[in-house]
Design a protein around this ligand. Structure first.
Ligand code: NAD
Length: 499
């Protein structure tokens, strides 16, 4: 449900392809955010008390409701982002799989368990459980407006928290529809509320002392502001930020499959993908053949808002300037455009651009472009490919195409990123059980999987003494007891270990 608003100020979400108004929404200020958090606090207590079994049932029914409303959701995404309907359907399917996994696995991952206390504390029964944090604030981006926030919302709810969600100002309708579906299944209390608005609405959420954690997804620049606001109250944060992901193509790779996947990774969603392929490092002996294949395929792609278009417009108008700047900088520094060029930026669309011979210090190689552009680089071997892939402050994900399992696995391990997909693009994102998140400027913390559930819970350790033994933490302990313990410790831990 959306919260009541104290002001009459509104903002419009626009269709980026047509400029038409998709919806008018209130700008929620600090007072409305505070009100939402207060309601969320009460809802959190009720939701927590419902218990694992009932929460699982409710969340599975939320999943069912989203599945039955898949086309409705996809249409809102299509209108607000401009992306093709099928892509909107695909990201909704991925969100559904996360709701399902989080609902089914929350108790197993977070529920109470006993822990072996060790010989020294053998008289203690040790219980470990993961308790909900309370109220989680989720701040979302617009590029995957259902898939990305659901990666936090589903896991936070499954862990027993209430959520206040601030969707991007470009995609508020998606957030509101999700909240409506949750309310249909959980009418008693507002376990998911949506506050709409621009940056200041998100800032009000992050700076509140009444929020127990912020799950932020967006640019690194905003993440720093959110962290600074959170620092005031020591509010913890999980930050999912941008990327400059690389794809590596080995000498024995299936070049058709590699070109197909790299092109999809680079151009789908008009390149507006945090884990999108922005750089390709190809081994020397297959470089020309690979470039030929990807060039041929790229020329066939056409952006548009119609059903046959390969991808849609640039959702955020300001990004068009960034994309154009990166292309121009690459060309000015000696790069070549083998598909498209600076003229490919035709507001609100950008046609496919494939660049080669772009120097490593060009902004097209160093900064997140977030457009349907790609730089292709020739490297002498896999070591150079990994070294160049890692030569960035970002570290979100990556792709490796290789015919050798051991070479691919070795390169994947050496890639400085949270996720790497071998012989497919971003397969990890489809596996709900796997954690998702970056290193360096790509952020920290994890969503998805068991780690994603633990991100929204705090471990609670409880010991219960079952019988009395030597009491070493007492002023009454004796020399004899201490000597006995020292003997025991020496016996258990003092030996030399042989290989
Ligand atoms: P953004 O940083 O501009 O905005 C993200 C959200 O933060 C929006 O809801 C915005 O209203 C809000 N916001 C803005 N100022 C704020 C402030 N001062 N305090 C609190 N909230 C504030 O990012 P964007 O343009 O919406 O998203 C694109 C970026 O997100 C790209 O860099 C992309 O790579 C990244 N992204 C990352 C992932 C991931 O999982 N790592 C997923 C999707 C997108």
């Amino acid at each position: 449900m959306s919260v009541a608003t104290e002001s009459t100020e509104t903002f419009a979400s626009l269709n980026p392809a047509t400029g038409e108004v998709v919806g008018e929404h209130p700008v929620h200020g600090a007072a409305a955010v505070a009100q939402a958090l207060e309601r969320a606090r009460e809802a959190a207590g009720w939701w927590r008390a419902l218990g694992w079994k009932e929460r699982r049932l409710r969340l599975l029914n939320v999943k069912g409701a989203l599945t039955r409303n898949l086309n409705r959701m996809a249409e809102v995404i299509h209108q607000e982002t401009g992306k093709p309907v099928q892509d909107a359907q695909l990201e909704t399917i991925m969100a559904i799989s996360h709701l399902d996994w989080a609902a089914r696995n929350a108790r197993k991952v977070l529920g109470p368990r006993t822990v072996y206390p060790g010989l020294m504390a053998i008289n203690q029964r040790c219980e470990l459980e993961y308790q909900p944090l309370g109220v989680v604030g989720v701040i979302g981006p617009w590029n995957y407006p259902i898939f990305t926030p659901t990666g936090s919302i589903a896991y936070a709810l499954a862990a027993g928290n209430a959520v206040v969600f601030k969707p991007s100002e470009f995609t508020p309708g998606v957030g509101l529809l999700l909240a409506e579906l949750v309310e249909g299944v959980v009418p008693e209390h507002p376990v998911l509320q949506v506050v709409t608005g621009l940056g200041p609405t998100g800032a009000a959420l992050a700076s509140s002392p009444d929020v127990d954690k912020i799950a932020f997804t967006g640019s690194g620049r905003t993440a720093k502001r959110v962290m600074a606001a959170c620092a005031e109250n020591l509010t913890p944060i999980v930050a999912e930020c941008g990327g400059k992901d690389a794809c590596i193509v080995d000498s024995d790779a299936d070049l058709d499959a590699a070109a197909d996947a790299a092109l999809w990774g680079a151009m789908s969603n008009a390149g507006q993908t945090c884990i999108g392929v922005e750089r390709i490092y190809v081994l020397d002996d297959v470089y020309d053949r690979f470039l030929g294949k990807i060039t041929e395929k790229a020329k066939e792609l056409r952006p548009g808002f119609d059903r046959e278009a390969a991808y849609g417009p640039i959702t955020m108008p300001g990004q068009l300037d960034v994309i154009e700047r990166h292309i121009k900088d690459a060309l000015a520094k000696g790069g070549k455009a083998v598909v498209g060029g600076a003229e490919s930026v035709r507001k609100p669309y950008v046609e496919p651009v494939v660049l080669t011979d772009v120097p490593d210090d060009s902004s097209a190689v160093c900064e997140e472009t977030f457009g349907p552009t790609i730089t292709v680089h020739r490297v002498k071997d896999l070591d150079e490919a990994v070294e160049k892939a890692n030569r960035t402050g970002y570290g979100l994900a990556g792709t490796i195409f290789s015919g050798s399992r051991s070479r691919a696995m070795d390169a994947a391990r050496r890639m400085r990123s949270g996720m790497t997909s071998i012989n497919a693009f971003a397969a990890f994102a489809q596996v709900a059980a796997l954690p998702f998140g970056g290193v360096g400027e790509s952020g920290f913390g994890r969503i998805h999987g068991a780690d994603g559930l633990r991100e929204f819970a705090r471990p609670k350790a409880i010991t219960r003494q079952r019988f009395a033994t030597m009491n070493l933490t007492s002023f009454g302990r004796t020399e004899k007891e201490m000597a006995r313990v020292l003997g025991l410790i020496n016996m258990i831990h003092g030996r030399r270990y042989k290989r």
